[in-house]
Structure formats: structure tokens, C-alpha cells
Ligand binder design. Structure first.
Ligand code: SF4
Length: 427
């Protein structure tokens, strides 16, 4: 069975006989890959309802207001693990499936428990319940379809067994128990799908080629990459070379700060802080000219990552974050191979995007750069810095500070922050 997200809407007013209830967000999914006799489009709607003595997460899986396949309720532990439960009914009956009833075989592939072990409170039923991670859309849909099979006997012959282990459909229900590992794996999966050798500048081929051929230009772009659109900053060495007619470390190291600042301000693409960037360029140029015979590649050739970081931190304005990022880009894009021990020395650069994604995916408990570095070291000691690019890219593309685009995000299935706006409203 395959589940595909086909759309989403911010909110929906669902009309029950006893009144309307707001759900937000609402995800539209298409179900395919088996002979499903009913319309294969489902909606999965997220809301809250006061029930069993507490305000709880509530999720509906439905086709339309008259055709609800399953209702899920937040487990007692929802605040910690974001799991929801649906109470199972006897086939062809409205009564609940008691724990001494035989469990219909179609439920055996799911995580079925005694309901009182996950949902307690006044009027909570005591029966079998299927428990699911609330962000696991395929599993929510699969459980709902399995419920429908029993509740509409005419469906029984038309649906093959729903297997939650189908590779492209469903995560194992235990996934939520080790969220950090899931998040790391999802980041690595996203990373592995991207090709290296792409554009640094957002499409200026000449500038990209210049950066790849000129180690000093690469180092300059990376050293001043702060506070502005990365693609714009990475074009600056190319533009500077054109403007000055050279990109010579000796000559640049001898320029006056004001003079270089003025040149930077005159470029089509400017750094956010021209004066500080001028100071960084002059400092970098001095380092390359005085200590590395004018050849920036001498900084890393045959050196360990920890030594490279130490050297780069001598440049004015370059801290450990940028230094580690530079080493990671050398590995990714320039064939620098420090061996397994060396890779362990390369950290993430915890900028605002990475800090946000690490925190929202549960890799860190708070928005702290130090916590990001520690988390990456602990969770992926083989090469902590490998988590840098995917988290940064996801952060700036989908995981915006406000209105994150969760339904489009590659981390959707593992992220505990399925709808930040709802949480913010609740707090
Ligand atoms: S966009 Fe949403 S799903 Fe993706 S990391 Fe951010 S909060 Fe999580």
C-alpha cells in the first residue's frame, strides 16, 4: 500500500450532529498500490477535544463528514511521545473489542495494546486500541482502513492485508520510541539524495567555476558567509576579482580597510556587514600570504581537520562554526579526505536554521548552538558535520520560524512538531 500526500489546507470546520469543531491542519492523501474498492482519497485532520478528563489531541481520518473511518485520541503520554490511539470495535458492531475477544488478524500488524495502558480518565473505554505516532500519515491511514474493513462487511473481500512494513508505505510503530535516531536517519537520507557539485551561487556558472578552481576565492566566500543570503555572498569573490582585476592575497592584505570596504559596497552582491567582511578578507589574505606562501590550499593539504580549524580561527571574524563548516565543505565538494578519525573531528555549524531544526525535531531540548554540536557528536559520531547541510537546507527551505511548511518537509514523518501553530496557540 502506498500513501501519497496530495494536498493540505490550514483548517477545516467539521460538522458533527452536536456542533462544529475546528481542525488544523488537514492533510489530503491518496491511497494506492492495492485493489481498494472505496474512493482512494482520504483526509487526515488534526485538532483537540476535551475528553476523558483532559484536553487531548484528536485526529480524524475521513472521506467526508458522513464517512469517518477512524477517530484517534491523544494517549496519556502524548505530551512526551506524540502517540495517539484509536479504540477498536468488534466486526460489524458498534461495541468495543474487549481484551478477551480474539483479535481480528488484520490488526496483528499494528501496535495493538490494552486501551487502559495508554488512555485513562473518566469514561475511557477498556478495550483493544491501536497506537500510532501522530505524524505517521501512512500508519494512521492504514489503521483507519483496517477498521473500515470490519465496520463495513462488504469491504472485507476487497482489501488485501494492510502491511505496515511495506517499504514505501509505513514506518514501524516502534519508530517513535527512538525519535533522535529517526531524525538523524531522516537527515542522512535527505543528504544522500542530494548531489554534490551543485551551484554555490544560485546559478552563476562562471562564479561557481571560479570558486572551484581558486582555493583562495572559496576560502574568502566561506569566511564572509554570515548574515546574508548565502548564494549572494558566495558570488562576491568572483565580483571582487572582476572589479579589482586580481584576487591576490598579497595585494589584498595590503589594502586599507576603508578602501576594501568601499569596493565591497560597490559590488552588485554585497555582504551584509561590508566593514567586517573587509576586515575578514584582509586578515585571511595576510594569513595565506604570510604563512602559506600565498596558496590557500596549503591550509588543508595533508592536515587534520582539528589543525585546519585551528588555523582558520586565526582569521578575523571566523569562529569555530565557520571553521568547521569550511572543513565540511572541503570534504563534500573538494575531495578533502581526512579518513575516519578526521571525520569525527568535524562538527556542525549551529546557525539559526540548524538550531531551529534540531530543536523542532527533538534532537535538542532547547535552542542552543552548544546543544546542537553535542547532539550531533553523540548521535552521529562517525561524522557529526554531515548533519549540518541537510538541517540547514531544510531549515531555510521549509522549517521557517513562522508558518513552517511541515507537509512539504522531508522530516514530516519523524518530526514531533507536526503543527507548531497549534502548539503556539495552546501555550
Ligand atoms: S518544517 Fe515542520 S516537519 Fe519539518 S522540521 Fe520543521 S517543524 Fe518539523
Amino acid at each position: 500500500m502506498r500513501i501519497e500526500v496530495t494536498g493540505a489546507r490550514d483548517s477545516l470546520l467539521f460538522h458533527w450532529p452536536e456542533g462544529a469543531e475546528e481542525y488544523s491542519p488537514v492533510i489530503k492523501v491518496g491511497v494506492s498500490g492495492f485493489n481498494y474498492a472505496k474512493p482512494p482519497k482520504l483526509y487526515i485532520a488534526y485538532g483537540y477535544r476535551k475528553v476523558f478528563g483532559a484536553l487531548r489531541r484528536r485526529i480524524l481520518v475521513f472521506r467526508n463528514e458522513a464517512d469517518v473511518l477512524a477517530e484517534f485520541v491523544g494517549a496519556d503520554s502524548w505530551a512526551q511521545d506524540k502517540r495517539v490511539a484509536t479504540f477498536l470495535r468488534r466486526d460489524g458492531s458498534k461495541s468495543y473489542l474487549r481484551v478477551d475477544d480474539p483479535l481480528p488478524s488484520r490488526y496483528k500488524v499494528f501496535n495493538v495494546v490494552r486501551s487502559q495502558s495508554v488512555v485513562t480518565g473518566p469514561y475511557a473505554p477498556q478495550c483493544f486500541a491501536a497506537i500510532v505516532d501522530e505524524a505517521d500519515l501512512p500508519l494512521l491511514a492504514a489503521v483507519a482502513i483496517a477498521r473500515e474493513q470490519g465496520e463495513a462487511p462488504d469491504m472485507a473481500e476487497t482489501i488485501p492485508i494492510v502491511k505496515p512494513t511495506t517499504v514505501d508505505a509505513i514506518n514501524p510503530p516502534v519508530a517513535s520510541h527512538d525519535r533522535s535516531r529517526d531524525a538523524v536517519q531522516a537527515l542522512l537520507d535527505y543528504r544522500s539524495k542530494q548531489e554534490t557539485g551543485g551551484s554555490f551561487t544560485g546559478g552563476n556558472k562562471e562564479a561557481d567555476e571560479f570558486l572551484r578552481q581558486n582555493p583562495f576565492a572559496f576560502l574568502m566566500a566561506a569566511s564572509i558567509d554570515r548574515g546574508a543570503l548565502a548564494e549572494a555572498v558566495w558570488e562576491i569573490p568572483f565580483l571582487l576579482n572582476k572589479k579589482l582585476g586580481q584576487l591576490d592575497p598579497k595585494l589584498l592584505s595590503q589594502m586599507r580597510l576603508e578602501q576594501l570596504e568601499e569596493v565591497l559596497r560597490s559590488l552588485d552582491r554585497k555582504p551584509r556587514f561590508p566593514r567586517q567582511s573587509a576586515q575578514t578578507i584582509i586578515s585571511l589574505s595576510g594569513l595565506v600570504f604570510n604563512q602559506f606562501h600565498g596558496n590557500a590550499a596549503n591550509i588543508w593539504e595533508d592536515k587534520k581537520p582539528s589543525n585546519i580549524v585551528q588555523t582558520l580561527e586565526q582569521i578575523w571574524g571566523v569562529g569555530p562554526g565557520i571553521a568547521h563548516m569550511i572543513v565540511r565543505i572541503l570534504v563534500d565538494e573538494f575531495g578533502y579526505d581526512p579518513g575516519p578519525e578526521g571525520l569525527r573531528q568535524i562538527d556542525v555549524k549551529p546557525d539559526t536554521h540548524i538550531i531551529r531544526v534540531f530543536c523542532r525535531t527533538g534532537l535538542t531540548q532547547n535552542r542552543s548552538g552548544k546543544a546542537c554540536v553535542e547532539a550531533a557528536r553523540q548521535l552521529y559520531p562517525e561524522f557529526p558535520g554531515l548533519l549540518d547541510w541537510p538541517a540547514w537546507e531544510i531549515g531555510r527551505t521549509w522549517c521557517h520560524e513562522h508558518s513552517p511548511e511541515c507537509v512539504k518537509c522531508p522530516l514530516y514523518n519523524i518530526c514531533p512538531t507536526i503543527d507548531i501553530r497549534i502548539k503556539e496557540r495552546q501555550s
